[in-house]
Design a protein around this ligand. Structure first.
Ligand code: RTP
Ligand code: MG
Length: 191
């Protein structure tokens, strides 16, 4: 008669087996977490401004149409008049540049429309949409861009866009949290 003997697994073998499954499970969870999180675009906010030449030139509706058709949500918007101190503070990073005084004059020459935009990768998407700083060059190199459509030159370029997520946070807070005394609200629409 056939006899089977069940021998107990030695302690060492059981311990090795346990470790094997433990590490297998650990690396499996790690790789799943990486593949589901890596490279995904994330929802982000940026600050957009339609500058005085954009408002004066009646480009607001056309710019907002492009914004919405490009998949941005306009979370907040308001029309404000900057004074010299607040415009200088907003563009403080350029205070040593030769064009700074002229930039402050331009940004205070009339009301501006400020907007908080939201979308996946909003900061870089909005910068791509507005095109290069110099609108006269944008008309040649990026004819589909917003600055090509409604800007004029290196200064009067119709729109602003935050240049990094950190700038976006600072600029959104500048207009919508702290609201310096030199920024006068003309029309306010918290959407
Ligand atoms: P923005 O901050 O308004 O979105 O413009 P940007 O990043 O494309 O360009 P930036 O270097 O930050 O310059 C800020 C604004 O200064 C005026 N500017 N004038 N005359 C000039 O050579 C000159 N260069 C820049 C523009 O209005 C520019 O948007
Ligand atoms: Mg800039």
């Amino acid at each position: 008669m056939l006899q089977m003997t069940v021998r107990p697994t030695p302690f060492l073998a059981r311990s090795m087996l346990f470790r094997f499954f433990f590490f297998f499970f650990f690396f499996f969870v790690l790789s799943v977490a990486r593949s589901s999180g890596g490279g995904e675009a994330k929802s982000e906010r940026t600050l957009a401004i339609i500058k005085p030449d954009g408002l004066f030139g009646n480009h607001t509706d056309a710019v907002k149409k492009i914004i919405l058709e490009s998949g941005f949500r306009i979370l907040k918007e308001k029309i404000v008049q900057l004074d010299q101190e607040s415009a200088a503070s907003f563009y403080a990073e350029h205070s040593a540049r030769s064009f700074f005084h002229s930039l402050v004059q331009y940004m205070t020459s009339g009301p501006v429309l400020v907007m908080v935009l939201e979308k996946d990768d909003a900061v870089s998407s909005w910068r791509t949409l507005i095109g290069p700083t110099d609108a006269s060059k944008a008309k040649i190199t990026h004819p589909q861009s917003i600055r090509a459509m409604c800007g004029t030159d290196a200064e009067k370029n119709c729109v602003h866009g935050s240049d990094s997520p950190q700038s976006a946070q600072r600029e959104i807070s500048f207009f919508f949290d702290s609201m310096p005394s030199g920024v006068q609200a003309i029309e306010h629409d918290e959407l």
